[in-house]
Design a binder for this molecule. Structure first.
Ligand SMILES: Nc1ncnc2c1ncn2[C@@H]1O[C@H](COP(=O)(O)OP(=O)(O)OP(=O)(O)O)[C@@H](O)[C@H]1O
Length: 351
């Protein structure tokens, strides 16, 4: 039987999803709007990260995708099938934040146990176990008691368990949380191997650096909203304030003989602030750096409230017999983007 797919090939499609936890009368707690109209999509072969601070709604979204809880509005589908339906669920492998493997197991007996839960026959279990122990780097350790396993090894065993029924989509809840740097890097390597084998991976994390290292795509969540989503390489990008404003990084040289300057501070005010003073355009400047004894080189970041101010700055440098070395739009790091979005009092979806 052929498997239905969403026409746009989205593996995960979430549209205006809402979840309100109703307040209980015993706890006298009000309603909690955990998801407030979340939309995102993940395509085949992506490693998609869901990044957000505590309480953002990440776990709630994952629970809805897995069919553990129901949404109170909007739609969520996997492979074009309603999230939570038996057919969708059968194509998903899930690694919870802390998978508990009974201590009496070896890696191999644990995989046999999870294989039986997935209703696989003995031959398939045995074949898949061999394959997966190798994929997660536990071959040769399969007869050892899991009691002797490090956290990283247990997490890799958890990944193997999630893969036993050969799912198309893996959902991983904080896969590297609580691991030491070696364990984190081992888990990342397994994720990369799975990505290369064509699996789609959706993972949830509050560790920006981890997401940056392993994910191709990202959604930033806070307060039940998706604040930005897209390819991770584009999540920094030019600083955005309003449509006309632009932040530039500018590097230029000026001769000390500049008659308007008797000190670096004078040069700064003579070259840049005078432009700002005329048009109100230079809103802030990083420290100029004096790099050279004859001609001084300056590297500044300037937030211009209108694009014409960029031309004005260049004209002013030339008029001061200076030379322009570099002028580029300032690209925000992912961390800057994340902090700007999460700290914004009025979050707005930007992509
Ligand atoms: N069963 C529940 N009943 C009531 N409120 C809940 C329930 N589960 C979660 N919440 C609330 O919903 C909001 C979102 O929680 P959720 O666990 O989805 O966030 P999260 O991004 O996964 O956070 P964390 O990183 O801390 O796990 C929080 O305010 C949380 O307190």
């Amino acid at each position: 039987m052929s498997r239905p797919e969403a026409s746009n090939s989205s593996i995960i499609s979430v549209d205006a999803l809402e979840k309100t936890y109703r307040g209980g009368s015993i706890l006298r707690r009000g309603d909690v709007h955990a998801l407030r109209g979340v939309s995102l999509s993940a395509e085949r072969g992506q490693v998609f990260g869901l990044l957000g601070p505590n309480g953002a709604g990440k776990t709630t979204l994952i629970k809805i995708l897995l069919g553990v809880i129901r949404s109170t509005g909007g739609r969520a589908s996997l492979f074009g099938l309603p999230a939570g339906s038996a057919e969708a669920r059968s194509r998903v492998g899930y690694l919870p934040e802390s998978l508990r493997v009974d201590r009496h197991h070896t890696a191999r007996s644990a995989l046999r146990y999870y294989g039986k839960l997935s209703r696989l026959d003995s031959d398939t279990i045995s074949r898949r176990s061999d394959e997966l122990l190798s994929v997660v780097g536990l071959e040769g350790r399969d007869r050892e008691s899991v009691k002797r396993f490090s956290k990283g090894m247990l997490q890799r065993l958890g990944l193997a368990q999630a893969l036993m029924h050969d799912p198309d989509l893996l959902i991983l809840d904080e896969p590297t949380d609580g691991l030491d740097p070696v364990g984190r890097s081992e888990v990342r390597r397994v994720i990369e191997r799975l990505r290369d084998a064509g699996k789609t991976i959706f993972l949830n994390s509050h560790i920006l650096h981890e997401v940056e290292l392993v994910c191709s795509h990202l959604a930033i969540m806070a307060g039940g909203n998706v604040l930005a989503t897209g390819p991770i390489a584009e999540m920094g990008g030019p600083s955005k304030t309003d449509s006309e404003a632009v932040t530039i990084e500018i590097e230029f040289e000026l001769a000390h003989s500049d008659p308007t300057a008797t000190s670096n501070a004078d040069v700064e005010s003579g070259v840049l602030a005078s432009v700002g003073a005329g048009a109100g355009t230079v809103e802030w400047i990083t420290d100029p750096i004096d790099l050279d004894s004859n001609r001084s080189r300056y590297r500044c970041r300037v937030l211009c409230s209108e694009r014409a101010a960029v031309d004005a700055i260049v004209d002013r440098i030339r008029a001061a017999d200076g030379s322009l070395i570099r002028l580029v739009p300032h690209r925000q790091t992912l961390e800057e983007t994340f902090m700007r979005l999460v700290e914004s009092p009025n979050p707005v979806a930007v992509a």
